[in-house]
Design a protein around this ligand. Structure first.
Ligand code: HEM
Length: 260
């Protein structure tokens, strides 16, 4: 059979995957489903691109990393803007089908945890909330043990003459990346001595800021939709989400800005 737009994109399958659980169907449940599915697709692409960035860093491929950071930063902006759409859902409208979600929550998104893990924000405890013995779980465990984008950034910096302390090199990969003054001094030197690297560092900062913006927008979305209620995932809701609100992915890039 000749390839068509529909067969190439598997549209029959894709468009049959939006299945509201409310009966009679609540009008806004489709918006809720489509929006979450769209985010899962963006997560999938972000993971794919971040894997490339890790390779670019390891291979000292500056322009590859710049091009791809430009892309992940732009996708992140779209992810932030998309919150606007769900904010057209009113608390009463969400309540009309919220019970049908049972304990399902974005909290259980394994791709979101992968996203955090690959970026070095590793919290092994988060595995407890994932369904075990599934391919997604195995993948997440792999991510937990793999070097993060920050570890690959160290490889890149080292190739530009930055000393990476042994304690960072030999660190337990399942723990979160943490800021380090020696690395910060090295980045500061590069900012001043190799101005073309500034383009990369600024794009990384854009991406990092974008992720924090997403967290902020998501919290406000939650607050306006369910207020102080607990989440369907069983957490305290807004209070739980605030714990990660200002968590930077590249703290070393933020730490030196007053010295630039
Ligand atoms: C009406 C819309 C939404 C509400 C009321 C809502 C509510 C919540 C709440 C209360 C939590 C805390 C965990 C829990 O106990 O459930 C949470 C976590 C989460 N939600 Fe949403 N959410 C909404 C939309 C979205 C969308 C569109 C996404 C996109 C994928 C999303 C992704 C997540 C993620 C990834 C977490 C875990 C965050 C973390 O661990 O830091 N949520 N959500």
């Amino acid at each position: 059979m000749e390839l068509t737009y529909a067969t190439y994109l598997h549209l029959d399958q894709l468009l049959s995957l939006q299945q509201p659980r409310s009966h009679p169907e609540e009008h806004d449940e489709l918006l809720f489903i489509v929006s979450h599915q769209a985010y899962e697709l963006w997560f999938k692409l972000q993971l794919h691109e971040l894997d490339k960035i890790k390779r670019d860093f390891r291979d000292n491929h500056l322009y590859g990393a710049i091009g791809t950071f430009k892309r992940v930063r732009t996708i992140m902006k779209v992810m932030v803007e998309q919150v606007d759409i769900l904010e057209t859902l009113t608390p009463m409208s969400f309540n009309s089908f919220r019970d049908r979600l049972e304990h399902a929550s974005g909290f259980q998104s394994s791709q979101f945890r992968e996203f955090e893990f690959v970026l070095g924000y590793k919290r092994a405890k988060m595995l407890e909330y994932q369904q075990q013995n599934t391919p997604a779980y195995e993948q997440l465990v792999r991510r937990l043990h793999e070097p993060s984008v920050v570890d690959s950034f160290y490889d890149f910096l080292e190739q530009h003459g930055v000393t990476i302390p042994a304690e960072l090199r030999g660190r337990d990969a399942t723990l979160p990346n943490i800021p380090n003054e020696t690395v910060e001094e090295g980045i500061l030197r590069l900012y001043k001595s190799q101005p073309h690297l500034e383009v990369l560092f600024e794009l990384m900062t854009d991406f990092d800021e974008g992720f924090q913006e997403w967290r902020y927008r998501h919290i406000k979305l939650v607050e306006r939709t369910i207020g102080s209620k607990h989440g369907t995932g069983g957490s305290l809701g807004v209070e739980f989400l605030k714990q990660s609100l200002f968590h930077p992915i590249f703290p070393d890039l933020w730490a030196i800005r007053h010295k630039l």
